[in-house]
Design a protein around this ligand. Structure first.
Ligand code: MEV
Length: 312
């Protein structure tokens, strides 16, 4: 059997995180600057993982990898393959725990590699169903937006229980992503919001509704090339996320600094309480300058990327 390879990019939530878990829409972006490659070879013995986070047989893997190992077992069962004689090498450039969908990207790259190893074509729904096994471990009650974005090449408009909708931005938007350096725990952050809803249902529901409303307006801003409006909406979303208790001092520092340096808007991205921020720059040149400044004030990693209008 030949070596098989599976790849997956990462994802960013532009707006609507947390609210999306509770039925509001969110907009997410495929983020191809970091990703995962899984390489599978025939190696006699048990199924083994070789990665920076674990090296050894899947049945001796630490509990933190239960999601991934269950996902591998379920994929092998789906493919009617015995759980043996495989070495799965995983290389990832996605920093884990930073809101960039690292867990879902690893799962999807591995599932794709296993399908390729078995020489089976996959249906998108198979990939999503199998990746969801891993996501449930990582996130508790995932909305499903991470796996969908990681399998998409275009920005996504997503609302639970509704078919996904692809967004085609009008005009060019230059974004910056900066890593605060602190790891976040999406499962804990999602649970903390659920607890808040129980303790103050009306107050918190109005914040979630507000996030939904801001997200609708953000879609409109993307589709009408309204950069300044999109920036304002990112700032408004951040205010609600702070009120939900999912932003922290490290994220706020980068967010306020970016705004002070001319970003049109800035907010956390993903689960929060650690992880990354996303900022909208004025133009390409400003984006480069802002990246440099964020690096200088201590952002652990900074990426700049743009959403461009399709020219065909
Ligand atoms: C995580 O990328 C986004 C959250 O809304 C959780 C989810 O939707 O599963 C925080």
């Amino acid at each position: 059997v030949q070596t098989a390879i599976g790849v997956a990019h990462s994802k960013l939530i532009l707006i609507g995180e947390h609210a999306v878990v509770h039925g509001q829409p969110a907009i997410s972006l495929p983020f191809p600057l970091v990703g995962v490659e899984a390489v599978i070879d025939y190696v006699p013995g048990s199924v083994k993982i070789d990665s920076t986070f674990y090296h050894g047989p899947i049945d001796a893997a630490p509990e933190s990898l239960n999601g991934l190992t269950s996902c591998i077992e379920a994929t092998l069962e789906h493919l009617d393959m015995p759980c043996e004689d495989l070495l799965i090498r995983i290389k990832s450039s996605i920093p884990p725990g930073k809101g960039l969908g690292s867990s879902a990207s690893v799962a999807i790259a591995v599932i794709r590699a296993l399908f390729s190893y078995a020489e089976e074509n996959y249906k998108m729904e198979d990939i999503l169903k199998l990746a969801d096994i891993s996501e449930k471990h990582a996130h508790g009650e995932p909305s499903g937006i991470d796996t969908l974005t990681i399998t998409s090449e275009l920005p996504i408009w997503y609302k639970k229980e509704e078919p996904i909708d692809l967004i085609e931005p009008e005009g060019d938007f230059h974004f910056i992503v900066a890593d605060s350096g602190r790891m976040g725990d999406t499962r804990l952050a999602v649970e903390s919001v659920t607890k808040l809803i129980r303790s103050a249902p009306k107050r918190i529901q109005s914040k979630l509704d507000r996030l939904g409303e801001i997200t609708h307006r953000a879609r409109n801003a993307l589709e009408t090339a309204s950069k300044h409006l999109l920036g304002q909406l990112l700032n408004e979303a951040q205010k609600e996320l702070e009120a939900l208790g999912v932003s922290d001092a490290g994220l706020n520092r980068l967010i306020y600094f970016a705004r002070q340096e001319g970003a049109l808007g800035a907010k956390l991205t993903g689960g929060g309480n650690g992880g990354c921020v996303i900022a909208l720059a004025q133009n390409e040149m400003h984006s480069k300058q802002l990246c440099e400044k964020l690096r200088r004030i201590g952002a652990h990693a900074v990426w700049s990327f743009s959403l461009k209008r399709k020219t065909d």
